[in-house]
Design a protein around this ligand. Structure first.
Ligand SMILES: [Zn+2]
Length: 418
């Protein structure tokens, strides 16, 4: 690569980072502009999918009228339905019920003020009609969406138009970002650790045999780690999410950079077919995965944005390469060093997976200047790991082990600069 090419790649990379930060600001502004009425949001009490001769009808039963916005995303084919924040009281998960082209659906909070339903289609579909029916007889309000088969070309055209319409509709709700307050003089000498609970909201992550969602397990583990770190008085621990909300992968990195994180620790739990496999593992960033399993795991964890209905994958290669170009060797070395301490300390607290330190291209580890590790706490598909991860006492043990690893890491870093 010539020098010119490098610098223009860097410029593009910085522009992408700036765009991400602006995006985050706008989202924060949107969140703060909305009144926080936790109660009194509409309730979705059922989601039905019915096959008719010429269409598949999706019906959401609601206790009142809601406005909605629909858009389509390709690869894989998805119909995304956004409504104001609602409470979902739906019977069970429905991923396995295929009805015509509809092969599954997910739902949850997308961001404060917005809930989302994502319908997965196995083949291209068109939205024939979408409307809200008022109550009649025993029926409540119903949001009705009729889908029919179409060609890929027609789907792609509809998709583009629907995204433009959706963006135009959502824009007026976004208030301009407030002027940033002047930073206070900083006498806080604590290290800042960003703890990233994986998944959230519309993206449940892995699902255990008993139906437990990874997003809930890792949020509980993140809060336990936050407590353990802050109790030492040496760390300020910031969570990327405090509740059950969806956050894009790159926003998680943006949060770490915004608070000038000294470390970034992402918490996950895996689920695979082989129920006998168990144990904790820790991953650091590499373009070259250490093995096929590590690569497959990175691919599945990197899908979060697709699961939630936004597809940023077409931007991935460019940004990925630039971020890795920018990443100093030092950051990766520090990440690997932390991973070593995590393995050493966690060996005393829980069972480790074979070769517990692995490498792969996890999107969430790509901050160029923040040493980052991703910890897979265990397998929800394994009975013993599942039992432990559901146990608050075990999560406190994990938090204590991770805190010791972080202590040792900073002792090492400080010794190196003495
Ligand atoms: Zn995960």
């Amino acid at each position: 690569m010539t020098r010119y090419a490098v610098s223009s790649a860097v410029t593009r990379g910085l522009a992408a980072l700036r765009a991400l930060r602006l995006c985050l600001l706008l989202m924060l502004a949107a969140a703060t502009a909305l009144p926080a009425f936790a109660a009194e949001v509409p309730v979705v009490s059922n989601l039905r999918v019915g096959k008719h001769p010429d269409k598949v009808r999706i019906v959401l039963d609601l206790d009142r009228h809601v406005d909605f916005s629909i858009f389509l995303l390709p690869d894989p084919y998805r119909v995304v339905i956004d409504v104001p924040e609602v409470t979902f009281h739906l019977p069970g998960s429905a991923a396995s019920h295929a009805v015509g082209p509809v092969v599954g659906w997910r739902y949850g909070q997308f961001r404060p003020g917005t809930s989302r339903v994502v319908i997965d289609a196995g083949s291209p579909v068109q939205v024939k009609s979408a409307f809200v029916l008022p109550p009649s007889g025993a029926q409540q309000h119903r949001l009705v969406i009729d889908l029919a088969a179409t060609s890929r070309e027609a789907f792609l055209q509809d998709s583009e138009a629907s995204i433009q319409r959706h963006v135009a509709l959502s824009a007026p709700r976004v208030a301009p970002p407030p002027a940033a307050p002047a930073p206070l003089p900083n006498s806080d000498t604590r290290m800042t650790i960003v703890i990233d609970a994986g998944h959230g909201g519309v993206d449940p992550g892995a699902i255990g045999q008993d139906g437990v969602h990874e997003k809930n397990i890792v949020l509980a583990a993140a809060k336990a780690l936050q407590n353990a770190l802050e109790e030492t008085g040496r760390y300020k621990a910031v969570l990327t999410r405090e509740g059950d909300s969806f956050i894009r992968l790159r926003e998680r990195i943006a949060i770490a950079r915004r608070v000038n994180a000294d470390l970034f620790v992402s918490l996950h739990a895996d689920s695979i077919k082989d129920g006998s496999l168990r144990g904790l593992s820790v991953y650091t960033l590499s373009e070259n995965a250490s093995d096929k399993e590590a690569e497959a795991l990175a691919v599945s964890e990197n899908k979060a944005d697709i699961v939630a209905g936004i597809d940023l994958s077409h931007q991935e290669p460019e940004v990925t390469n630039i971020l890795i170009d920018l990443a100093q060797r030092r950051t990766m070395n520090y990440s690997a060093r932390l991973a070593g301490y995590v393995v050493h300390e966690m060996d005393r607290e829980t069972k480790l997976l074979g070769r517990p330190h692995r490498f792969a291209g996890f999107a969430v580890l790509k901050a160029p200047d923040v040493p980052s590790v991703l910890v897979e706490l265990g397998f929800l598909s394994n009975r013993e790991d599942n039992r432990r991860l559901n146990d608050p006492a075990f999560r406190r043990k994990v938090a204590a082990g991770l805190t010791r690893a972080i202590d040792r890491y900073f002792q090492g870093v400080q010794a190196a600069f003495r």
